[in-house]
Ligand binder design. Sequence first.
Ligand code: NAD
Ligand code: UDP
Length: 340
Amino acid sequence: MRVLLTGGAGYIGSHTALVLLERGYRVVVLDDFSNSSVEAVRRVEELTGETIPLIEADLAAPGAAAVLSGVDFDAVIHFAGLKAVGESVQQPVRYYRTNLDSTLNLLDLMAERGVAKLVFSSSATVYGDPRYLPQDEQHPVGVGLTNPYGWSKAMNEQIIRDAQAARPELAAALLRYFNPVGAHPSGRIGEDPAGIPNNLMPYIAQVAVGARERLSVFGDGYPTVDGTGVRDYIHVMDLAEGHAAALEHLTSGVTAYNLGSGTGSSVLEVVRAFEAASGRPVPYEIVAPRAGDVAETVADPRKANEELGWRTTRTLAEACRDSWAWQSSNPHGYRAERTA
Ligand code: NAD
Ligand code: UDP
């Protein structure tokens, strides 16, 4: 099977490309490199010994389909999109345009080409403020979301459901990721955020390597184990394997799956795990809570466990070890030098 990975040069896409190639799939990557580097794809080729056809294009642009006219594929994993929550509040129109038009163009293209298998990168963000924990797939979606990024994911889910109702042969999996962390154990590919990281683990990694002075911990007054925010961190290799499982088990209709571990960790637990894995101190200070943050999110992953035959197998300690291997051997990410 040949799988088109939109956004396949990005953090999750590059790890998924590697897992798919190792399982005998062929992959094609389409990316505009707005938040990634060709070097990521080159390193996946190096790790797997396979060649990855690469198409540089903006999937949200009018006529994007034309660039794929000579390219055959049987399934799509749709990672492409913008993902910075805070930036989405500042630039809502850009976020909606990119994240919605890319999906609309893709659905048109798939219908024109008769491609009926789709795996979509959704997010636990679609659940908004948790009404109960752990969150299963029945949890309300798209209620009171606090930012355009989250809305764009909820809207994409609805768009895919409506497209499937009109085109019944379409089989789609909506993968609601919890908090992806870690890197391939080789340390050759990993998360390479542009500028100051928004997310916890890459920020901690940059503190541990000495690129940033200290971590700001956003609040210690939450009703959690130690007052800091709790999240369900999932190793990116487990997440990548979840995509392969979703592809293998695609059935007609649209099915949502939580991809998470089912276990929550606090910010300070992640700090301590990273210090242990890296042998480096991670100085931090407690600051005010970040607007829009919730106290705790934890996945109920049983549906994915049972229906996809998939479960997480890697620990937070392994994620810290692998993130550290990536960060310490690539202190400037895929670039020769960090610019911000
Ligand atoms: P990423 O930014 O590393 O990857 C996204 C890729 O899409 C990048 O390579 C970027 O260059 C590309 N891209 C963006 N706009 C494009 C466009 N218009 N045309 C073509 N390519 C485009 O992010 P990631 O962490 O790998 O996330 C992948 C997907 O998973 C995204 O849809 C994201 O919203 C979703 N997701 C991520 C997280 C997370 O914490 N990383 C959590 C939940 C969901
Ligand atoms: N966090 C923090 N300092 C940072 C970044 C994040 O204390 O510099 C906290 C944040 O408040 C949350 C957890 O770490 O409790 C995970 O945040 P992240 O941005 O990685 O993921 P998300 O908010 O999407 O769950």
